[in-house]
Design a protein around this ligand. Structure first.
Ligand code: FES
Length: 80
């Protein structure tokens, strides 16, 4: 099970974390990965300037609503 945790703190929220979460939910469902990827939210990760912050199995990444599709393909879909 891959653990994907998206920061929903206020700074990341302003940069589109809600949209990032919705897109990830959609990609996960579309690729039928519900039993392979666990999606969570977390409060501020202390890296606001890099937002939207997220971790995949504790590895730090930074995405935007514009590149989250690429991110999903490379870092999640290709690795499950
Ligand atoms: S709000 Fe996301 S790292 Fe601070």
């Amino acid at each position: 099970m891959k653990k994907v945790t998206v920061c929903i703190g206020s700074s990341c929220h302003l940069k589109g974390s809600r949209q990032v979460v919705e897109m990830l939910q959609y990609f996960i469902a579309q690729n039928k990965l519900d039993d392979k990827v666990e999606l969570n939210g977390t409060f501020c990760m202390g890296n606001c300037q890099k937002g939207v912050c997220l971790t995949v199995d504790d590895e730090f990444h930074s995405v935007t609503p514009d590149n989250v599709k690429d991110f999903f393909d490379k870092e999640i879909l290709a690795k499950v």
